[in-house]
Design a protein around this ligand. Structure first.
Ligand code: FAQ
Length: 311
């Protein structure tokens, strides 16, 4: 019966076994995974837009090639993740429909504008840095397809992180104008990067069940703390400042403590009222409409091949 199956399922997770697509799982486990993986997939795809906007304006051929490769990687990550979600019984069409209808969530961070070239370096350093902390934790998750996708994605994000950090460190040592551009980008992206990991643990309704079933192996605040502990000292060492007057190193815990996060701003952005939400959805809808002929051609080709195979 159900309780026996649940006990066996939880015992498997405790033993560190991966749950695979055909295996028995509680409906709530399936629902939580579809929710998280589809939001993650949408984030990768929408996440191409802020950086994609700078491909034609990259300052050198080398920077342009790096950026093209990075944006292309995000498309690939979206693909793995839609596939991982499909193993749970949801269709790609249904997920995309929810995104285009404005019903699906995707990461708050991609609703901020990229105002200068230094934003591209800063996204690599901070946004990919935050994504790596979160995804390294998810690479250890109990669902096989998601965990394996995370291993590959983290390897690619590490390259994104390095190119971003290298760029910002270079500008931090550059001309006064470059330094000012780097500082301005850090000022604008720091707080949104801290919001990426989601609300504080006491305000995070999903964490408890996700941790119990090994989907999350760390909580939002734990991941956020890891991110700050790595990035705050590196940014300060580069001679840049952080826009948090309360930020300080705590000898006792070895943590960098931060001031209050503006959760009103976070919920505004999550609920569709961030600076770029409307533009992002419009861009996705336009891309979907403009790609209709590709989907039609693929269907026509598949139908033709099936006819030939039968004949
Ligand atoms: N934005 O109960 P919790 C990338 C929602 S990385 C929007 O704490 P949970 C790479 C949450 O969905 C970015 N919504 O939620 C890249 C929930 O709403 P729901 C994507 C957020 O799931 C880099 C509600 O608030 N990464 O794309 C956010 O336990 C550079 C309550 O929150 C992932 O998606 C937010 N920031 O913890 C690409 C990783 N935070 O669904 C391009 C997978 C929370 O109940 C360039 N996801 N919400 O209606 C996760 O690890 C988790 O879902 C968290 C949130 C940690 C994001």
């Amino acid at each position: 019966d159900y309780n026996e199956r649940l006990a066996e399922f939880e015992a498997r997770i405790k033993r560190g076994e991966k749950i695979e697509p055909g295996d028995w799982m509680p409906e709530e486990y399936r629902r939580q995974l579809i929710r998280m993986i589809s939001q993650h997939a949408h984030s990768e795809v929408v996440g191409m837009l802020p950086e994609g906007a700078w491909i034609t304006r990259a300052p050198t051929l080398k920077r342009k090639m790096i950026l093209v490769a990075k944006v292309q990687d995000e498309a690939g990550h979206g693909q793995y993740l839609y596939h991982a979600a499909e193993t749970l019984g949801v269709s790609r069409e249904a997920m995309l429909e929810a995104l285009l209808a404005g019903k699906a969530k995707y990461s708050s961070i991609f609703n901020y504008p990229t105002l200068t070239w230094a934003d591209i370096g800063t996204i690599g350093w901070l946004v990919d840095g935050a994504a790596i902390k979160n995804q390294t934790m998810l690479a250890a998750c109990s669902y096989g397809p998601y965990s394996r996708a995370m291993v590959r994605i983290c390897a690619e994000e590490t390259f994104h992180h390095k190119q971003g950090k290298e760029m910002v460190l270079l500008y931090a040592k550059g001309t006064p104008k470059q330094r000012q551009m780097a500082q301005d980008a850090i000022n604008r992206w720091w707080w949104p990067a801290l919001m990426m990991m989601g609300p504080h643990d006491q305000d995070s309704p999903n964490t408890e069940v996700l941790v119990r079933w090994g989907i999350k192996t760390k909580t939002n605040d734990q991941v956020r703390q890891e991110f700050i502990n790595e990035h705050a000292p590196e940014i300060l060492e580069a001679g840049l400042t952080l826009p948090d007057p309360d930020l300080r190193y705590d000898e006792k815990t070895g943590n960098w403590l931060h001031g209050p996060i503006n959760w009103d701003e976070f919920w505004q952005v999550v609920n569709g009222n961030g600076p770029m939400n409307k533009e992002r959805l419009e861009a996705r809808r336009r891309a979907h409409a403009e790609g209709a002929w590709v989907r039609e051609a693929l269907e026509a080709y598949a139908a033709k091949r099936q006819r030939t195979a039968v004949a």
